[in-house]
Design a protein around this ligand. Structure first.
Ligand code: PHE
Ligand code: ZN
Length: 852
């Protein structure tokens, strides 16, 4: 049970030793790899007698202290610690150890993705490579030599600049890399393989030339150009917006198929899930292209926010992640449509983070404790973390924010720091006191703001009440401090007042004078704070027609639709005034991507979050009914919109073409609810003729949820065409697992036997099993079959890759909010999982929190 130990932020202690430099030699082989690790230590805490190194599953070969080889009376290797007894104040340690990358299915430490050796060390993977002080506040200079068979592994990479190449007679070669920047072990990386690549260069603002390379499996080189373009755009943007330049001679990116997450910012050697590098018009959707741009930027931006300035301990993770997500969101907004970007960001926050923040696994963006750190790479730490930085940006204003980030970089470059250090810089440079703001780092749950309005004799009064729920442990939480963007509009939609209010107390009152008639309130503009706004009698209809703030306009359309659907869920008839308003949206002359968002009905997840007791069936029913009604009512208009914007031969990835695709696909999807032969024909035609993967995937999805025969034909065609393209096969599995058609579970079970499927590859597991667990209709089937299947998979996958399994376990987060029938069925499976005695700490932590 020592594995299940909970770690607490309050127990943080400074490291007792520093490591002045590290020299690593890797001798890579098919059955075993040998690591030689030489480190120079200095004692910081004179009272510390022993050196305790982190070390998981390592086979020690030799251990040296200075010039003395140690026998096992001088060290203890137990419970993931290698303790070297009685060390002097300054000394050298040399360790030789064996590892087995080819057997590593956890994909942490050194492992093989297909034929490529690669590493993943954040947060605690390095201890699976060699014994080390594997914590982010121990920073050192690394020199790395990689030796391997020259024919099989012509490309040998590590962090920093390339220093030396050596050939030997036995067909092996070696390359030495030196990284001059001090870094923690989690940023260490190594790659060896027979790789294809594309190269380019970037000249920094101060005139330094940087060599840029993107490596991938041979044959995929032509799919790397969008990633390269995005990298150069990111480098330029960081110079312009933050004054930050790149700091090495070379920047390498390697794409691998087996990766637990999206990508990793290792110094000078980013390793990416190939889904965030490879794209061309034939295989990637528009969303894939956008995703690549933002993840490439995200990892690049980490060079300053994460690598140059890193985290003191893992509780500070949001220091680098929240800030870097905020930076990549702003980058995407600058390069594309800012209004669409903001809405997409908020949508994803609500879909994932709000759900998490209402669940038993909820936690502050700076958690107080963890059992497995891997479980804290969450939407809360990342996305809510980014919202918190955005609020700082709003409170300070652009100019002060830039001064403050300059001060942050100047003060903490080369150090491992805390979120308090960040806030110190923000406050110091701007003169704004942020003490009250800190609660955002330490409390969990999404706060609600209750809004009341009064109007009397020209005085308009805004009465606000913050409602903050209890923490997970039942303790009371306090009201927050935040910026609230608002405006008061006259009957024509003109802004009479436009302000950023500061909210800090449980009750707030603001009075505005000089109105003839009651103004209309536009609140939480741009989603200035990550809160839930509840308004007594909001003017949705007016705002969705007239508000110039595109976020509130969108939000009002969503809220109106939500109110309409909720009334239907209570058995009421369709509100015709909503239908009329929807017709108005169809006529709007706006950016097409934005318009596509306006026309989207609220997601099942957003409606579910508002239910007291969750029941997906009535949500699906109401949505289906409303969609059918809208499609029937506006059939002609919708068809006209489709025809106007459908260009099957266009494969250009630009705002106009992507906008056209997203609008006409939204329209087609709505029309498909009519189940008319004409629309089926249109869909088939789109599948056959369109050059864009976005178009084809939408067509497939529509066919899959319609006529079974047509779907079968299309899916066979798709499979034959793309069975060798693993990234496209992810779409294939995801579409089938998300289907509303009868018998999905049986098909998912069968698909596991498909020769393309591999339970060791996280992308494929997420596409098939993950998608099924988000298929509310079948995951929550009232016979319990969905729960049973996913629970079984969690147990199976846990023994392959614990991180992947605990990701899947998240599907049960909604447990305590389910209706009685579903809850009982879920409980049985949760208990089943917990009864497995080899359960990983990752899955244990998630499931035990859910069931408590
Ligand atoms: N640090 C990575 C990022 O956010 C995410 C990551 C975490 C990747 C852990 C792998 C493992 O960019
Ligand atoms: Zn990150």
């Amino acid at each position: 049970m020592s594995e299940m130990k909970e770690r607490f932020l309050k127990d943080y202690k400074k490291p007792a030793f520093e490591i002045e430099n590290v020299e690593l030699v890797f001798e890579l082989d098919e059955d075993m790899s040998l690591v030689t690790n030489s480190m120079n230590f200095k004692k910081i805490d004179a009272n510390e007698k022993n050196l305790e190194l982190d070390s998981i599953d390592l086979e020690l070969v030799e251990l040296w202290l200075n010039d003395l080889q140690l026998d096992d009376t001088r060290y203890i290797y137990k419970d993931e610690k290698l303790t070297i007894l009685n060390v002097p104040s300054s000394f050298k340690i040399k360790i030789k150890n064996k590892i087995y990358p080819q057997n590593n299915t956890e994909l942490e430490g050194l492992y093989k993705s297909g034929d490529i050796f690669c590493t993943q060390n954040e947060p605690e993977g390095f201890r699976r490579i060699t014994p080390y002080l594997d914590r982010p506040d121990v920073m050192s200079v690394f020199t790395t030599t990689v030796i391997a068979d020259k024919e099989k592994y012509p490309v040998l990479l590590s962090n920093g600049n390339k220093m030396q190449c050596h050939d030997s007679f036995d067909g092996r070669h070696g390359v030495t890399w030196v990284d001059p920047h001090k870094k923690p072990s989690y940023l260490f990386a190594l790659v060896a393989g027979d790789l294809g690549s594309i190269s380019d260069e970037y000249i920094t603002a101060s005139g330094e030339r940087v060599e840029l390379n993107i490596y991938c499996d041979l044959g995929n080189e032509s799919k790397c150009y969008h990633a390269m373009q995005s990298l150069k755009e990111s480098m330029f943007w960081d110079e312009q917006k933050y004054g930050r330049e790149y700091d090495l001679e070379i920047y390498n990116i390697v794409a691998v198929d087996s990766f637990n997450m999206g990508a990793m910012e290792n110094k000078g050697l980013n390793i990416f899930n190939s889904a965030y590098v490879l794209a061309d018009a034939d295989t990637a959707s528009d969303a894939n292209f956008m995703g690549i741009q933002s993840v490439i930027a995200h990892e690049y931006f980490h060079n300053w926010t994460g690598n140059r300035i890193t985290c003191r301990d893992w509780f500070q993770l949001t220091l680098k992640e929240g800030l870097t997500v905020f930076r990549d969101q702003c980058f995407s907004a600058d390069l594309n449509s800012a209004e669409v970007q903001r809405i997409e960001d908020v949508k994803s926050l609500r879909e994932r983070q709000f759900v998490e923040d209402a669940s038993p696994t909820r936690h502050p963006i700076q958690p107080k404790s963890y059992i497995s750190m891997n479980n804290f790479y969450t939407a809360t730490v990342y996305e809510k973390g980014a919202e918190v930085i955005r609020m700082v940006h709003t409170l300070l204003g652009e100019e002060n924010y830039r001064k403050a980030t300059d001060l942050y970089f100047e003060s903490f470059d080369g150090q491992a720091v805390t979120t308090d250090d960040f806030l110190w810089a923000m406050s110091k440079a701007s003169g704004i006191n942020l003490d009250a703001f800190k609660l955002w780092y330490h409390q969990s749950s999404t706060p609600t703001l209750e809004v009341k309005e009064e109007f009397e004799a020209g005085h308009y009064t805004l009465k606000l009440k913050q409602v903050v729920s209890d923490a997970v442990d039942g303790s009371k939480q306090l009201p927050y401090f935040y910026p609230l963007k608002m405006a008061l509009l006259d009957a024509k939609g003109e802004e009479k007042v436009s302000k950023i209010l500061t909210i800090s107390n449980e009750y707030e009152e603001f009075v505005f004078e000089g109105f003839d008639t009651k103004p209309i309130l536009s609140i939480n503009r741009d989603f200035s704070a990550p809160i839930i706004v509840e308004q007594e009698s909001p003017d949705f209809l007016f705002l969705m027609k007239h508000d110039k703030n595109s976020f509130v306009q969108y939000e009002s359309a969503q809220k109106f639709a939500t109110a309409t659907l909720e009334a239907m869920m209570q058995g009421e008839a369709i509100d015709e005034s909503f239908v009329e308003a929807y017709g108005h949206l169809l006529d709007l002359e706006r950016d097409l991507s934005y318009k596509a968002l306006l026309l989207e009905l609220p997601t099942v997840s957003s409606l579910m979050q508002r239910q007291k007791e969750v029941d997906f069936e009535i949500i699906y029913d109401a949505k289906e009914k409303l969609e059918k009604h809208l499609a029937r009512e506006f059939q002609e208009k919708l068809l006209a919109l489709y025809n106007e914007h459908h260009y099957p031969k266009s494969e250009t990835i630009d705002a106009l073409n992507m906008g056209q695709r997203s609008l006409k696909n939204r329209v087609l999807k709505l029309l498909s609810t009519l189940e008319s032969p004409k629309i089926v024909e249109l869909t088939k035609k789109q599948y056959k003729e369109s050059l864009s993967m976005s178009d084809r995937v939408v067509a497939l999805d529509i066919l899959e949820n319609g006529d079974a025969k047509e779907a079968q034909v299309a899916f066979v065609d798709f499979y034959e065409k793309y069975k060798d393209e693993t990234l496209v096969m992810n779409k294939y599995f995801a579409l089938l697992a998300s289907s509303m058609r009868e018998g999905v579970l049986q098909r998912v079970e069968l698909l596991q036997e498909d020769e393309v499927y591999d339970a060791k590859v996280p992308n494929l597991v997420r596409s098939l099993i993950g998608s099924f667990s988000r298929n509310y209709k079948y995951f929550h089937a009232k016979d319990g079959s969905g729960y049973k299947f996913v629970a079984k998979k969690i147990i199976e996958i846990d023994s392959i890759n614990a991180q992947m399994a605990s990701g899947l376990a998240g599907a049960f987060k909604i447990y305590n909010r389910m209706n009685k029938t579903n809850k009982e069925l879920m409980q049985r499976e949760l208990e089943n999982i917990l009864s497995v005695d080899t359960l990983s700490k990752n899955v244990y932590e998630i499931i035990s929190k859910i069931i408590k």
